[in-house]
Design a protein around this ligand. Structure first.
Ligand code: URA
Length: 179
């Protein structure tokens, strides 16, 4: 089923992000994962390698997962947008809306117990524009039939002080070990 979805995505031209991409970056990892991580969009390294979260941010996410005693291959990792935005800008509303249709299909195929929203862009896309990251991170949020868990975006963590990093690691550890 995921193959069919990726086949549809491969040549997608529904939004302008198709113009600058090297390739569409599909979700990656364990198709039976109980937790799916959803980031914003591929960056330069992801666009080159065709795998989500393999650049600097990805290394931090991978490190936090490993520090909690797991491997990134235990989970399924994807993005809202599957094509790299120019200069890594935040994807626009219409770009998000178009790609969300595919992402929802992807989530239905994997059918995880928890959807981990990595950063404000996916958190807003699923939980609404009014969310405040500091208030909702690190908690299970039930919406409809789905359970969400929000963590800071690793790029935000990398830009900040040590406390941001320890919150990020603790949130990932709590998600993977206690929930
Ligand atoms: N890499 C990704 O694949 N997604 C992000 O949101 C950031 C970096």
């Amino acid at each position: 089923m995921i193959k069919k979805l990726n086949e549809k995505l491969k040549n997608c031209q529904l939004c302008n992000l198709c113009e600058n991409r090297n390739q569409v970056v599909f979700g990656h990892g364990n198709l039976k994962a109980k937790i799916v991580f959803i980031g914003e969009a591929p960056g330069r390294e992801e666009d080159e390698k065709g795998i989500p979260f393999v650049g600097r941010s990805g290394k931090l996410l991978t490190d936090a997962i490993e520090s909690a005693g797991f491997k990134r291959e235990d989970f399924y990792i994807t993005n809202i947008n599957k094509c790299r935005p120019p200069d890594n800008r935040t994807p626009k509303k219409d770009e998000i809306e178009k790609c969300l249709v595919f992402l929802k299909e992807e989530i239905n195929i994997i059918n995880p117990e928890i959807i981990c929203l990595v950063g404000a862009t996916p958190a807003k896309a699923f939980l609404g524009n009014k969310i405040k990251m500091n208030e909702i991170r690190g908690k299970i949020i039930e919406k409809g039939s789905k359970k969400f868990y929000v963590v800071f975006h690793p790029a935000y963590v990398l830009r900040g002080m040590k406390t941001r990093k320890s919150i990020f690691y603790e949130d990932i550890n709590n998600l993977l070990n206690y929930i």
